[in-house]
Design a binder for this molecule. Sequence first.
Ligand code: IPE
Ligand code: IPE
Ligand code: MG
Length: 259
Amino acid sequence: MKAIWKRWFNKNASAYIDSESIEEMKDAGVPRHVAIIMDGNGRWANKRSLPRVAGHYEGMKVVQRMTRFADRVGIDILTLYAFSTENWKRPETEVDYLMKLPVEFLDKFLPELIEKNVRVNIMGELEKLPKHTRNAVESAMNETKENTGLVLNLAFNYGSRAEIVQAAQYILDDYKQGRLPEGPLTEEMFSSHLMTKDMVDPDLLIRTSGEIRLSNFMLWQLAYSEFWFTDVLWPDFSEADFIEAIKEYQRRSRRYGGL
Ligand code: IPE
Ligand code: IPE
Ligand code: MG
């Protein structure tokens, strides 16, 4: 099939992927935690002579679909990199739009998330967000905090180095205040000061758009994750692509340094 038709077909048909193949995939064991670097919105828009923000809007729709998919296949945590601490370098109009997207996304999607028992978590420096963005994300976290289903963990104004430095600062403060026992610092103690403190590390990392780098994403937590890269731009990412990534993950042999 020609690539363009394949994309069209995947996008339109994959929401209806038969339950048998989903069950088969679930039986083989889906990753508990999937983290995605959603990249390529701007290029998707450029290719269509649209403004970059149109790519972000399409990208938001894919976030909804992939959240539904993760819930359907029984993934425990879906972490999505939506705005990095470096993304403030972009033109003001684009940043403003990206700050409005969570408001719009949650406005539209929160009732469904609540109905699906999804817990929304935002990982990042929320203090630096504009008020409207911060209010929207904080109330979503609040309204879903008792939910016990999928955790939708949105990395927003997130940067891994800042997170690690913040953890070191917390630990220093805790020692000074006597909140930590005397004695050597352990990996577990360190992890428990990161923004992912109650989460298992990602089993699978996906990055779209053909870039092969981490861009300051979860440097500590990805130490032993399986990586899967695709050239597909995020607004084109489909359930079929997600399945392909999971199937590839299932073929990998995770050794953690052992045999
Ligand atoms: C990812 O798409 C979304 C964000 C980083 C906010 P980009 O906006 O980075 O799109 P490209 O990489 O320029 O195509
Ligand atoms: C990483 O994408 C950040 C997000 C997906 C939110 P970027 O597009 O910002 O990363 P670089 O600049 O290509 O490394
Ligand atoms: Mg990019």
